[in-house]
Design a protein around this ligand. Sequence first.
Ligand SMILES: O=C(O)C(=O)C[C@]1(C(=O)O)C=C[C@@H](O)C=C1
Length: 290
Amino acid sequence: MSIKIAIQGIESSFHHLAVQKLFPNNNVTLMPCDSFNKVTGTIANLSADFGVIAIENSIAGSILPNYTLIDRENLQILDEVFLNIDMYLMALEGETLHTINEIHSHPVALQQCKDYLMRVQPHCKIVEGKDTASEAKKIRDGNLKGVAAIAGKQVAERYGLQILDSHLQSIKVDKTRFVVLGRSTEASPIAANKASLKFILDHEVGSLSNVLQLLQTFKINLTKIQSLPIPEKPWQYAFFVDVLFEDRTFFSEVITILKKTVEELKVLGIYKQNLENTPSNLAKHIVHGE
Ligand SMILES: O=C(O)C(=O)C[C@]1(C(=O)O)C=C[C@@H](O)C=C1
């Protein structure tokens, strides 16, 4: 039995690499989607067991629409993984840096390489595509002359393109955080030490500061805070935070207090921090029915 995992993009994209890191020993059926929207929809309508989506890149920043998608579809963050990203310029055999006049890639990938594009290829037309790998495949399938794609090295190998330039990202160390999404309402892992929360505050002086102080009191470490506008309420914001906790009881107490004090609270996931990129245990539930 295989696990069905929806990703944005096709085989060899960075999302595919993230799935391979998370589920290296499992029989995975990849469900390629051409937008993040379709990934979350595919999980919500039960077609996929899980989905993997990028949530933040160290150079390009948060992929903001993905926060809204997780929230809107009522999905749970079940796991995470961090990929080192290295960007390459690739095109058909025989092309050189001087014959290229158009460059395609995923918008977040283009953003990571914007210094390179301005410095080395300022004359090129930049085209935002669906994902790194499908843009490269398009060049191969359509025999597109004068067109290059920005993608990972594995994409050049998979789709038979020639590498014209390497390490294009603006900062050498380039990392993307991906999260595994599911519909699961099952108990979070016993070893969980991280949570993603969304809260909305009333417009009182100090309401955000009170929440931060509460976290401090209970020794809960805030690792990320992101505000997003609430479209129905102009100039009001929802806060999306990631927190690390050592003591599960303290964490539960904080949740109880927050529920009473903030206007709205939603737990988007309780999982184990995974800086070491340990393979996920989630497949067990699907394959063995545990
Ligand atoms: O197009 C791809 O290969 C992707 O997996 C998408 C994506 C992203 O959404 O951030 C993934 C990792 C990199 O940061 C660049 C692009």
